[in-house]
Design a protein around this ligand. Structure first.
Ligand SMILES: C[S@@+](CC[C@H](N)C(=O)[O-])C[C@H]1O[C@@H](n2cnc3c(N)ncnc32)[C@H](O)[C@@H]1O
Length: 283
C-alpha cells in the first residue's frame, strides 16, 4: 500500500492568517476546483515536465529518495515512477483532492508517500533529488523555499524545476492594458504572470541559497487558440487564474477580446506565449 502523510511538513509560523496565506488558499482552491479538467488542457505543462525529466536523467538513475513538490494530478509523478521504480518518492501538494487524483492515477505503490502540505515550508528529509513542474511560479516565499530545499537535500543532491516566467501571457497583459486605457480605467487589472520571477531572479536566489553549479535554460513557447474566449476558458480549466481575482465587467471583457483579436489574431487563431524556465541546481 502507498502511504499518506497528511501535514507532516513544517507550517508557517502559527497565528493569524496573513495576506500571503489567503493567496495560498486561493491558489489551492483554483487548482482543486479544476482537478477534473486540468489534464485535458495542460499540454504545455506536460511539455515542461518531459523536458525537465530529460535534463535530470542521470540524477534520476542515481536517486534513492525523491521529493516532488506540487504533484497536482500526478502527470510527472507517474513518469517518475515508471522510469525509476527503484527509488522512494514523496509527492506533496497543497490540496487533498489533487493528491487523491494523483493517487488514483498511479494506483497502489509502496514506494510512494503522499503528503498534503505547503511545499514552500518543507525542510525535512534527506533527498537526492527535489523536483517540481509548473509550481514555483506560485510561490510567495521563493527565497526561503530554496534555502529549505538546500537543507533537505543530501550532500551532492539536486534541485530541478520547471517554472513560468514574467513574459507568460504577454498578449493578454498587453490587451488588458489597451482595453483599460480605451475605457479610461484608473487601475489596470494585473495578470499574475507579471509578478513571476525571471530566469536571472531564480539563478540569483539559487546561488544565494548555496547551490552550485546551476544550469538555467529558457524557451518561449506559443500556444494557439481558435478564439480569445477559448483561451480564457482553458486558463480557467487549468486553475491558472488570478488568486486575487478582480471581477471583470462584461464591458472590460469585450474590450479585452477586441483588443486581443485586433492586435494578435493571425491565420485564424490567437497566440498565447509561455515563457518556460528550467533550472537544475546542485548542492
Ligand atoms: C500547474 S499545477 C502543476 C501540477 C503538476 N506538477 C503538473 O506538472 O501537472 C500547480 C500545482 O502546484 C500546486 N501548488 C501550488 N503552490 C504550492 C505549494 N506552495 N505547495 C505545494 N503545492 C503547491 C497546486 O495545488 C497545483 O497542484
Amino acid at each position: 500500500m502507498d502511504r499518506e502523510l497528511v501535514g507532516r511538513a513544517s507550517p508557517p509560523a502559527p497565528g493569524i492568517a496573513t495576506p500571503a496565506m489567503d493567496i495560498k488558499q486561493s491558489i489551492r482552491r483554483n487548482f482543486a476546483r479544476r482537478a477534473d479538467s486540468y489534464d485535458r488542457h495542460a499540454g504545455v505543462q506536460r511539455l515542461m515536465a518531459r523536458e525537465l525529466l530529460d535534463r535530470v536523467q542521470e540524477e534520476l538513475t542515481l536517486s534513492r529518495r525523491i521529493l516532488e513538490v506540487g504533484c497536482g494530478t500526478g502527470y510527472l509523478t507517474a513518469s517518475l515512477r515508471q522510469g525509476h521504480p527503484g527509488s522512494e518518492l514523496v509527492a506533496l501538494d497543497l490540496d487533498a483532492a489533487l493528491i487523491a487524483q494523483a493517487r488514483r492515477r498511479l494506483g497502489p505503490d509502496s514506494q510512494v508517500s503522499w503528503l498534503v502540505a505547503d511545499g514552500e515550508f518543507f525542510s525535512q528529509g534527506d533527498f537526492d533529488l527535489i523536483i517540481s513542474n509548473a509550481v514555483f511560479q506560485w510561490f510567495t516565499n521563493p527565497r526561503e523555499a530554496l534555502q529549505a530545499y538546500f537543507q533537505a537535500l543530501s550532500p551532492r543532491g539536486c534541485l530541478a524545476f520547471a517554472t513560468l516566467g514574467p513574459q507568460t501571457f504577454g498578449e493578454l497583459d498587453a490587451s488588458l492594458r489597451q482595453a483599460a486605457a480605451a475605457m479610461n480605467l484608473q487601475t489596470v487589472p494585473e495578470i499574475p504572470a507579471r509578478g513571476f520571477l525571471n530566469s536571472q531572479d531564480w539563478e540569483d536566489l539559487l546561488s544565494r541559497a548555496g547551490f552550485s553549479p546551476i544550469q538555467m535554460s529558457r524557451q518561449i513557447f506559443t500556444a494557439n487558440f481558435p478564439t480569445v474566449p477559448e483561451f480564457l476558458r482553458a486558463l480557467k480549466a487549468m486553475g491558472a487564474t488570478n488568486p486575487k481575482p478582480r471581477p471583470f465587467s462584461p464591458r472590460l471583457l469585450n474590450a479585452l477580446i477586441q483588443a486581443y483579436d485586433a492586435r494578435f489574431r493571425t491565420n485564424g487563431s490567437v497566440p498565447a506565449t509561455y515563457e518556460i524556465i528550467w533550472a537544475v541546481a546542485r548542492k
